[in-house]
Design a protein around this ligand. Structure first.
Ligand SMILES: [Zn+2]
Length: 215
């Protein structure tokens, strides 16, 4: 353990808050390393001020993947193509809609109608469960999970799989409770559930200014 001033590196964002994203928490040295095209051994030698003759010595067939004049191809060790960031940046430049949805949350006053619908589903599903006398209602889905679902932005709840991942549930849970919950949320978001204060149908990215962005 050491105090922050002991480290020469600092987070990209300068000040890290509880809600800071992974990008904002990443140290500048880590970013320099991944963005540089310098030989990795050379990079570390410079960073550590290692001026010895062994600083960049290697005994394996290759030094690192920063050399173009070798037959070394890191991507051959992976099933898919290697991520370089280039295609993602091109996608973003040509089509901003491909931007990954952030974990946005609904404003406090907007999630109550959906929470009410989800609670109604849970009560009714538990009422139909033959094991209800021995299994508490929270076995279907606890209050924290229903709360999280009602607060999540529709962009993050586009499939049953999204729900399983958000709540860290199993596929088995997903095929039963997850499917039922997804049906309720889809119906709610499409505006077919009549409620004077229900979530507006198809919130566009531009109209989501009231949603709080948290990553
Ligand atoms: Zn190298």
């Amino acid at each position: 353990m050491a105090e922050p001033w002991a480290f020469p590196d600092k987070p990209y964002a300068g000040t890290v808050k509880k809600s800071s994203s992974k990008q904002e928490r990443t140290g500048c040295a880590a970013l320099h390393l991944i963005q540089s095209t310098t030989c990795l051994r050379q990079f570390f030698a410079l960073y550590l001020d290692d001026q010895s003759s062994q600083a960049t010595t290697f005994i394996a067939p290759w030094c690192c993947d920063r050399h173009n004049n070798t037959s070394f191809d890191l991507s051959t060790y992976f099933l898919g193509s290697q991520y370089t960031g280039i295609s993602a940046l091109e996608d973003l430049a040509t089509d901003p809609s491909k931007k990954r949805p952030r974990n946005r949350y609904q404003a406090m006053d907007e999630h109550w109608p959906l929470l009410k619908k989800l609670r109604e589903w849970r009560t009714s599903a538990h009422g139909r469960d033959p094991q209800r006398s021995v299994q508490p209602i929270t076995w279907l889905c606890d209050d924290d999970a229903l709360n999280a679902l009602s607060k999540a932005h529709p962009d993050n709840l586009r499939s049953q799989d999204n729900i399983i991942k958000l709540l860290d549930k199993t596929e088995e849970w997903g095929s039963d409770c997850g499917a039922a919950i997804f049906a309720i949320i889809s119906k709610f978001n499409s505006g077919t559930m009549t409620s004077s204060s229900s979530r507006p149908a198809k919130r566009s990215k531009a109209s989501s200014s009231s949603a709080i962005s948290i990553q």
